[in-house]
Design a protein around this ligand. Structure first.
Ligand code: ZN
Length: 261
């Protein structure tokens, strides 16, 4: 059974949701974690999780969405994350990609508040980290005591060398479509270097459709087998062994996830 630990099934792109769910089932993807990126999408992810047995969710404010952040939202997130199907606080983090992204200090303030929340609630964190490797590492070191319930760096895009530092902090790493692109040498080096007990599969749907479907929109969790096959190849193990390992990794990280097999 394949799993997708990071997808945005709340996106408007899924205008025939039943058809999407059928494709996911037909591809033998048995579990999808739908990630919130602001308060509204976190509530919508919860609604999907309540309707579909194989959907779980995470709740949090992504750095690029912070212009919507209001006082009181942290308390709302706290209430939401106590839901039995909320597996993590996320996605949260830092993003320095665009010049007009929210100010770095504000990003760090809300990131720290959400790390505190995860720590207090006994949940792992799902981290979005783009063009900020040095700051992210320093920040996580500084807040190491808040990482006792583990964390995932989703769509890992920093260097292979830096992955060693994140791994020492106890992090897991998920890889999606970009790991299948022939140009993704940096990502492949990271996959080679990171231990197989720390790797997870994701799509970040509706974006980043993997090869051989690259360019199609929307991406869906039904494309996970392409990603898993490619990652297994990079790690030099057969696909079935890899897929089982990924599932065991997910159970270790997401403690609220019931064993399904
Ligand atoms: Zn995402």
């Amino acid at each position: 059974m394949y799993i997708d630990v990071h997808a945005h099934l709340t996106d408007k792109a899924y205008n025939d949701f039943n058809a999407t769910m059928s494709e996911i089932a037909a591809a033998n993807v048995g579990l999808v974690i739908c990630s919130g990126y602001d308060l509204e999408s976190s509530y919508l992810a919860r609604d999907l999780a309540e309707k579909h047995e194989n959907i779980y969710f995470s709740a949090g404010f992504q750095p690029q969405e912070l212009d919507k952040y209001k006082p009181g939202d942290l308390a709302r997130l706290q209430k939401l994350c106590r839901h039995e199907k909320c597996l993590a606080i996320g996605e949260i983090g830092l993003d320095y990609h665009y010049e007009n992204n929210p100010p770095k200090d504000f990003q760090k303030e809300i990131f720290a508040a959400q790390l505190n929340l995860a720590h207090a609630e006994g949940l792992p964190v799902v981290i979005h980290s783009r063009d900020c490797a040095e700051d992210m590492l320093a920040f996580l070191h500084e807040h190491k005591d808040k990482l006792t319930h583990g964390g995932l760096l989703h769509c890992y895009s920093h260097s292979a060398e830096q992955s060693t530092h994140f791994e020492r902090l106890g992090f897991y790493f998920s890889f999606g479509g970009t790991s299948t692109f022939s140009t993704a040498r940096k990502v492949k080096k990271s996959v080679e270097r990171i231990s197989i007990e720390r790797i997870l599969t994701e799509t970040d749907s509706p974006y980043l459709t993997p090869e051989p479907k690259r360019g199609q929109f929307p991406n869906t969790p039904a494309n996970i087998p392409y990603i898993a096959k490619n990652l297994a190849q990079i790690k030099g193990v057969d696909e079935a062994t890899f897929v089982e390992q990924v599932y065991q990794n997910a159970l270790r990280l997401f403690k609220k996830l019931p064993a399904l097999q």
